[in-house]
Design a protein around this ligand. Structure first.
Ligand SMILES: [Zn+2]
Length: 287
């Protein structure tokens, strides 16, 4: 497992905000103290704006440098554009590693799946996974699937990838919940799987299985994963019902597709986040 991460992603914070540096710091500690999984650590390479501009308007990229909050959830920070670019760069490096035959995970913040072409929202500024999916398509990938198991709908990814040829998006998320979208499929290629708050765990797993089956029938040559761990039963931000072993199962199921695979961190706000990420890694690595 290659993990792409960087001290810089813990360099900004907002008092009381759930999307905080400790998420990453605690995960580094857990992963460094474990001996079951061999891990190769790397830092994100510099990132070229051309890749970002396939998914976002230039005005949006420029807006990241203005010290003015986007909304209550999504504050402005000094040097935010650099943090957001580093998170994109890590997703692009994860894509490269997947193509070179490795399994890869971008362990960075800010997350990205709520960011639309011209709007930062829901703790997200640049859409890391959509940028990486478009980069894959622009550089020879034949069919790219994005699988989003964050408990919140990946509205930004959906809006960026909507009706893009050779690309499909699958999101499994709680509804009703933030951001209030994702109740039905959209266009030719965006497939939504809403689950009710406090749904029984077995039913949540059943919906995830259905989504994975549909993803498989799309016959992707590459799978990008928006890995959000806030569908965990004890996450403070939603009412999901998954347990650590279910993230193991998700990793294993994605591995069993037998195609290049990389994941980027989205949400996950409980103190158990490091254990959930480790469980997912073990599944992805078949341990
Ligand atoms: Zn989320």
């Amino acid at each position: 497992m290659r993990i792409i991460t960087d001290e810089r992603c813990t360099g900004y914070s907002h008092p009381g905000h759930p999307e905080r540096s400790e998420r990453i710091i605690a995960t580094w500690e857990r992963l460094r103290s474990q001996t079951e999984l061999p891990i190769t650590w790397s830092e994100p390479s510099p990132c070229d704006d051309a890749a970002i501009l396939r998914a976002h308007d230039p005005e949006h990229l420029a807006r990241l440098t203005r010290l003015e909050d986007f909304d209550e959830d999504t504050p402005a920070y000094p040097n935010l554009a650099d943090y957001a670019r580093a998170s994109v760069a890590a997703a692009l490096d994860a894509l490269k590693a997947a193509r070179a035959g490795e399994t890869a995970f971008s362990l960075m913040r800010p997350p990205g799946h709520h960011a639309t072409r011209n709007r930062a929202m829901g703790f997200c500024y640049l859409n890391n996974v959509a940028i990486a999916a478009l980069e894959a398509l622009a550089t020879g990938a034949k069919r790219v699937a994005v699988f989003d198991f964050d408990v919140h709908h990946g509205n930004g990814t959906e809006s960026i990838l909507l009706n893009k040829p050779d690309c499909a998006f699958f999101s499994i998320h709680q509804f009703p919940c933030y951001p209030g979208t994702g109740t039905r499929n959209r266009g030719d290629n965006c497939f939504n799987f809403p689950v009710l708050p406090q749904i029984a765990r077995g039913e949540y797993l059943h919906v995830l299985s259905s989504a994975l089956e549909q993803l498989e029938s799309f016959k992707p040559g590459l799978v990008a994963v928006s890995a959000g761990f806030d569908s965990y039963a004890r996450d403070p931000l939603a009412q999901g019902s998954l347990e650590a072993e279910d993230f193991y199962w998700l990793g294993q199921s994605l591995r069993s597709l037998g195609v290049p695979l990389f994941s980027v961190l989205e949400g996950g706000y409980s103190a158990d986040l490091p254990e959930l990420i480790l469980a997912y890694f073990k599944g992805v690595e078949g341990k």
